[in-house]
Design a protein around this ligand. Sequence first.
Ligand code: ADP
Ligand code: NA
Length: 330
Amino acid sequence: TPRPRVLSGIQPTADSFHLGNYLGALRNWVPLQDTHDAFYCVVDLHAITIPQDPAVLRRRTRVSAAQLLAIGLDPERSTLFVQSHVPEHAQLAWVMNCLTGFGEAGRMTQFKDKSGKQGADSTSVGLFTYPILQAADILLYQADAVPVGEDQRQHLELTRDLAQRFNHRYGQTFTVPAPHIIKDTAKITDLQEPTAKMSKSASSPNGIIELLETPSRSGKKIKSAVTDTGRDIVFDPENKPGIANLLTIYSALTGRTIEDLTGAYDGKGYGDLKKDLAAVVVDFVTPIQERTKTYLDDPAQLDKVLAAGAEKAREVSAATLATVYDRIGF
Ligand code: ADP
Ligand code: NA
C-alpha cells in the first residue's frame, strides 16, 4: 500500500530559522520522510503577503532550502521544492478563491491578528486570502495529512471545507486532509519574555536563538535569559516559565527527559544550567551551520536539487490541476 501523503510549508521570511521553528515544526518533518510520502515547500508566494525586498526574499528562499537540507530533509526520500517554481499553486488558489465565501475568509482569526498590527491600508488582499492559498498547497498534492500546530487548525478546517465543497459541486476530486497531530511538539518561549512564544516577528533579537547565529551570540542570549529570583531548577511552566523554557530546549535538543535533567541539576544553580545549555546549543547548531554553508557555497547544486524537487512536485500538481480545470469547464 502507498504511504500516506503529507504536505508542509515554511515561509522564507528570515535569514535563519529559530529554535521555535525547529523544535515546534521542522524537526518533525525529518522522521515523516520514513513513514509518509512527504512534500515540503518553501512558501515564497505566502511570504509576499507582506512586502518583501526582492534580493532579500531571493536570499532567504535559498537559505531556507539549505537549512531544510541541513537539518536532514533528503531529496531522495521526500520532495523539497520552492512554491513559486510550481505555478499550479497560484492557479489552484484562484479557483479556491472563487469557492470561498467572503464572510468565511473573514472569520480567519490569524488574519485579524496580523492585519490588526498593520492597519487596513497597509494590509494586502493577499494576506486576507493567505489561508486559501494554503488550502491550494495542500489539495494540489491530495495530501492525506498535514502536520499542524494549534495556530493552523482553523486554516486546515477551511481546507477541509473547500475540498468537500468542490467534491460535492463537481464530483470527487480532492482528498480531504486530516490533521497530523505531533505528540512531542515543544512550545518554545521568548528568552527575554518567557510567557510569550519565541517568534521572529514578535520577539526582541535577544529573545530568539537562531540556528545560523554564532555560538558566542547564542551563548550570550542564553546566559542573559530572563529567569525568576529563585534558585531551584524545577519544571514549573506556570511559576517559573523561564527555567521551564530552558529545560524544554535542553530536553528537546539532547533527548534527555525533563525528569532526568531536574535530577541532574538538583542542588546546582541557574548559571550551571545556562552554561551547559549554551554548550548543548553549540553542539547542535554547529553541524547544521556547516551543512547549510556547504549547500550555499554550491549554488548550482542547490539549484539542481530545487529544480528536481519542483519537477517531482509538478508531476502531482499538474495532474490535479488538469482534473480541476476539466471539472470546472475550462
Ligand atoms: P514566527 O512565529 O517566528 O513568525 P512562523 O509563524 O513562521 O514563525 O512559524 C513557522 C512554524 O514554526 C509554524 O509551524 C509554527 O507553529 C512554528 N513555531 C514558530 N514559533 C514557535 C515556537 N516559539 N514554538 C513552537 N513552534 C513554533
Ligand atoms: Na508568525
